[in-house]
Design a protein around this ligand. Structure first.
Ligand code: PEP
Ligand code: MG
Length: 581
């Protein structure tokens, strides 16, 4: 029987293949009482399983280094951390001894206890970590049950030619590494939203994905044929021949277009009427540089430095930071690299023992985050500024400051930079004396009072991810309000337009480095608004370049001016569709 499920498409494209169910039945373990003489043996069995899973995670981390999405390493670190925590490493041992449970049952009892505790947290990020606990426990239970968490891979190896689509209730980052190696065609899950781990990873691996399907796992059976439309968030189960042919055709077209896009890598990024448009890459780790170059990025428009150091428990010293920045700037071979100072303190925080953690309050996005935290921790800030300055002797580096809202924050930042420069001068250490300093425009106040920024800084970068969050009062990591997160809200467009127009008058360059820059549906709109520097995930660059090459700004600008006067969402949407037609 054919039927269709609807969820949230989080990574575009079409996949056609056979369903491969990922089992969670492993958590429904047998409840056994073991005789006293078997207790030590049972504990040893538990310890061996934990050790194996730890080794598996280490091996995954090592094999993914350099080519996997930056977030993946951080996720694996979280899982390793849980595995080493006494709550999971020791407590089940006590349960086995005291209640004489079998290892699987002891572990699942402790997991349920921990999940309950995580559910009490007010902070949504911490609350979500309960999924990490479940995923780690599931790996250990699988190991105890004797199918070492690799059954999925073995099955995949057997089914060489046929595309496989993973159907899961939820996925762990460790699972997705296996996907990378095996080239699964797609994955779909019951839970998750646009900012879930699955979604982030699917997008960075550029494979179609739909999440939030609620009961796909229960309704779909192993081996059934599926069509995944990641753009529209649709899953068609057992499609009839006509639908199948239709989607096959669309899939072929998409693939053809993708391979054609590769030819654009070396093409000059310029509109029909000869306007140069710079396309830069956003990166999280030095290991992302090859992908940026492969996509033909003209530079790094945003290096999110905080990702280098998440979940490690301590702050990196100056030398370690210097090495990381140097690696990026050398890797980019003379192309400009924009390094953003730490944006810590919101959803991106250090390990529980780290510097920023005690500052996370009930409303972290409005708290001591990013530049606010850096200014409050002068030593940490000086260390980073000195490391960036030292790296600037190896190639063109620009310094970018996140979350600025006040003139005095800019003044304090510039004074801190001067202090770092003068300490290096005193030590006769070389650096770029004229390093450019820019500010992120990601708070509505900054966009409205942009004059303060233009007078003090060399360039601006619009961070729409946060600008939308703060303008619309939507927590960007809360899937319950994800439907209200709207880049096309007239207020958001007004703030972007105002920033671009004001900067142009002063001759100050502005880039846009939020997710909007990488959405090809918005390329023509942003070009018409006057944007000339886009920075995005490397996998989006060629598609956006394609749009740039076909655009004629002299045509677009007047149409976009009219579009921006519309404040009825339906009319705005209609005008945007016409603009892209
Ligand atoms: C943004 O806010 O748009 C941005 C690019 O920064 P981040 O996503 O790291 O907050
Ligand atoms: Mg931001």
């Amino acid at each position: 029987m054919s039927f269709t499920l609807h969820g949230q498409g989080v990574s575009g494209g079409i996949a056609i293949g056979r369903a491969m169910l990922m089992s969670h039945a492993t958590l429904e373990v047998a409840h056994l009482t073991i005789p006293p003489r078997m207790v030590d043996k049972e504990i040893a069995r538990f310890e061996a399983a934990v050790a194996t899973v730890k080794r598996e995670l280490e091996a995954m981390k090592a094999s993914s280094a350099g080519h996997a999405p930056a977030e993946l390493g951080a996720f694996i670190d979280i899982h390793t951390m849980f595995l080493e925590d006494p709550e999971l490493a020791d407590k089940p041992r006590e349960i086995i001894r005291e209640r004489r449970c079998n290892a699987e049952w002891a572990l699942v009892q402790q997991m349920e206890h921990l999940v309950e505790q995580f559910e009490q947290f007010d902070d949504p990020y911490l609350r979500e970590r309960k999924f990490d606990v479940v995923q780690v426990v599931e790996r250990v239970v699988k190991e105890l049950l004797g199918h070492a968490g690799r059954s999925l891979l073995k099955a995949a190896k057997g089914a060489k030619e046929e595309a496989l689509i993973v159907v899961a209730h939820d996925l762990s980052p460790a699972d997705t590494i296996a996907f990378k190696e095996q080239r699964f065609a797609s994955f779909i899950t019951d839970v998750g939203g646009a900012t879930s781990h699955t979604a982030i990873l699917a997008r960075s691996m550029a494979i179609p994905s739909v999440v939030g399907l609620e009961n796909a796992r229960a309704l779909i059976r192993d081996g059934e044929q599926l069509i995944i439309d990641g753009t529209r968030g649709i899953v068609i189960v057992n499609p009839d021949l006509r639908i199948l042919e239709e989607y096959q055709l669309r899939k072929n077209q998409i693939e053809l277009e993708k391979s054609k896009l590769k030819r654009l890598k070396t093409a000059r990024s310029e509109t029909i009427d000869g306007i140069a448009v710079q396309l830069h890459a956003n990166i999280e780790l030095p290991g992302d540089v090859p992908e940026a170059l492969e996509a033909g990025a003209e530079g790094i428009g945003l290096f999110r430095t905080e990702f280098l150091f998440l979940d490690r428990g301590d702050m990196p010293d100056e030398q370690e930071q210097y090495e990381a920045y140097k690696k990026v700037v050398k890797g980019m071979g003379g192309r400009p690299v924009t390094i953003r100072t730490f944006d810590l303190g919101n959803d991106k925080d250090l390990h529980p023992d780290g510097l920023a953690n005690d500052r996370v309050k009930t409303n972290p996005a409005l708290g001591r985050r990013a530049i606010r935290l850096s200014l409050a921790e002068p030593q940490m800030f000086q260390t980073q500024l000195r490391a960036i300055l030292r790296a600037s002797k190896h190639g063109p580096i620009k310094l970018l400051i996140p979350m600025l809202a006040h003139a005095h924050e800019i003044d304090q930042t510039l004074a801190a930079l001067e202090q770092a420069k003068s300490s290096l001068r005193g030590e006769k250490v070389a650096f770029d004396e004229n390093i450019q300093v820019g500010g992120m425009i990601e708070i509505p106040a900054a966009a409205l009072a942009v004059g303060l920024f233009l007078r003090r800084l060399d360039f601006l970068s619009i961070g729409t991810n946060d600008l939308i969050q703060y303008t619309l009062a939507i927590d960007r990591s809360d899937e319950q309000v994800a439907n209200l997160y709207d880049p096309l809200h007239p207020a958001v467009l007004m703030l972007i337009a105002h920033t671009l127009a004001s900067a142009e008058k002063q001759g100050i360059p502005v880039s846009l480095c939020g997710e909007m820059a990488g959405d090809p549906k918005l390329t023509r709109l942003l070009l018409g608004m006057g944007l000339r520097i886009f920075s995005m995930h490397p996998s989006q660059i060629l598609e956006v370049k394609h749009r740039v090459l076909k655009a004629d700004v002299s045509d677009l600008a007047p149409t976009v001016r009219r579009l921006l006067r519309l404040d009825e969402p339906a009319k705005l949407q209609e005008a945007l569709e016409k603009l892209n037609a």
